[in-house]
Design a protein around this ligand. Structure first.
Ligand SMILES: CC(C)(COP(=O)(O)OP(=O)(O)OC[C@H]1O[C@@H](n2cnc3c(N)ncnc32)[C@H](O)[C@@H]1OP(=O)(O)O)[C@@H](O)C(=O)NCCC(=O)NCCS
Length: 440
């Protein structure tokens, strides 16, 4: 037992024998017993089997009502690796958060969050992430700070048809275990265009390809794109849904998206039609590429998929901001080196009101220290600070989600002391798209 919560409720780690009770709990957790989500039960079973690299059944916390012998609240922590401009960092992702309606607003998730944060610290993770419901997780120290999903959509009928007598220039086939190195390589190559992304190694691809249940909410179809049989030119990952929602589409260097994309769209349209349910099904009247805010395929699909789907944002918690910044200091130093601030020597104080960081630059190298802002600066006279970012807003800048100017515009109490300070912050933290297909 991790904690006795009183009233017959105990907080504990899950055990393998909880699998079916937990799967049933997750099946009805989102929308209630009237709208069960079968795929959540399958995803829960997948996680409880312990096949996901680095995950074990004990990474779930559950609250049990001992009198009823029932699970009444649960969540899990999935450890994984992400990249920040090429620098890998360990992340804990909180997933499948739910409380039975009769037990809500009694602090059961709050109690489990404390445990998740403690486990994450013990594992040496530098950040936590949640893709979650609006506002709720802010109260646990999370900020919406990384761009999440977003893309393009259009009607399947707008997909360009193959001209009579022409054969399809590219064909897609299911990926096989021996394609894993190709999947890892092309995905990694594509992620270089983003600031933050999830690192997917061979083991993880193998899990998604071979071990994930087809009925699970996290299941994806994985395809290899071939120009002629046996010659792979790209990869595609998409959902089993009428809109064939595509989340990864990457090509070999030198292969042009405009040449391959019409074949890919025709494949997706055919796949989506096979999945479509009732004719009025909203999903069956669209195709979706959910590849983030920017992707080279978008130029090739602007006629067929003309509607922009705005991005959501992923919640991020960075328990120790100076420690995180020390970890990614080489990425900051690189940006400095390729700017007019190359070789800079000086100090920059960034104030988060109740804490802060001091960046010391010595001929272009960067040292990051925790800094406690003395209460000497006021709104008009910044004696020490170079910039003030209220609360957790600095995370939006750090993760490339918003620019300095965006934050100054959105928050009246975001204060930058001078034009040179603003210029330097823009160099260190330029806005950049991110793409997250996290491990879940
Ligand atoms: C959202 C949900 C997980 C909250 O579970 P819970 O056990 O009631 O949460 P807690 O009581 O621990 O919440 C902590 C705090 O948030 C408050 N809170 C609870 N639900 C809230 C909501 N929907 N909006 C805002 N605040 C909420 C609680 O009052 C509590 O505040 P307090 O500690 O100051 O009293 C639960 O309502 C649920 O299962 N919803 C359906 C599934 C879902 O949406 N899951 C999240 C997927 S990301």
């Amino acid at each position: 037992m991790l904690r006795d919560l009183g009233d017959g409720l105990v907080l504990r780690c899950a055990k393998p024998q909880d699998t079916e009770a937990l799967a049933e709990f997750q099946r009805v957790r989102q929308f209630g017993e009237d709208e069960p989500v079968e795929s959540n039960a399958d995803s829960t079973r997948d996680l409880m089997r312990g096949d996901l690299p680095g995950f074990a059944p004990e990474d779930w916390t559950v609250v049990e009502d001992e009198q009823r012998g029932a699970i009444v609240s649960a969540q899990c922590l999935i450890s994984q690796t992400w990249s920040y401009g090429g620098v890998h960092f360990p992340v804990g992702r909180v997933e499948f958060v739910a409380t039975h309606p009769d037990y809500r607003r009694r602090g059961l998730v709050r109690a489990q969050m404390r445990i998740a944060h403690q486990w994450s610290r013990q594992r040496g993770e530098l950040a936590l992430a949640i893709s979650g419901i609006p506002w709720y997780y802010r109260q646990f120290g999370y900020e919406m700070a990384v761009e999440y999903w977003g893309g393009r959509r259009g009607h399947p009928d707008a997909v360009p048809r193959l001209l009579d007598g022409r054969s399809e220039p590219c064909l897609l086939r299911p990926a096989r275990p021996d394609d894993v190195p190709l999947l890892t390589r092309l995905y990694e190559q594509g992620m270089r265009r983003y600031l933050v992304s999830c690192v997917r190694d061979d083991e993880l691809w193998r899990f998604d390809l071979v071990l994930r249940s087809r009925g699970a909410s996290r299941y994806q179809e994985i395809r290899v794109i071939e120009s002629t049989p046996g010659v792979a030119v790209g990869i595609l990952v998409h959902r089993v849904a009428p809109d064939a929602r595509t989340i990864v589409y990457e090509l070999e260097d030198g292969v042009r998206f405009e040449n391959v994309t019409p074949s890919v769209l025709r494949y997706l349209r055919a796949f989506g039609r096979q999945q479509a349910g009732a004719p009025k099904d909203e999903q069956s009247s669209r195709l979706v590429l959910e590849l983030g805010s920017t992707h080279p395929a978008y130029e090739a699909v602007c006629d067929a998929l003309p509607v922009t789907i705005p991005c959501y944002a992923c919640y991020i918690r960075v328990p120790d901001v100076p420690q995180f910044m020390r970890h990614i200091a080489s990425a900051m130093a690189q940006r400095l080196a390729s700017s007019t601030w190359a070789g800079h020597t000086g100090v920059c104080h960034i104030n988060f009101v109740s804490e802060g960081v001091r960046l010391t630059f010595v001929e272009g190298r960067i040292k990051v220290d925790a800094w406690m802002p003395p209460q000497l600066d006021n709104r008009y006279r910044p004696r020490i600070r170079d910039a003030l970012f209220p609360g957790l807003t600095f995370l939006q800048l750090l993760f490339g989600y918003r620019s300095v100017e965006d934050l100054e515009h959105a928050y009246a109490d975001c204060l930058v002391a001078s034009d040179p300070a603003r210029e330097m912050l823009n160099v260190l933290f330029p806005p950049r798209p991110s793409f997250l297909w996290a491990v879940e």
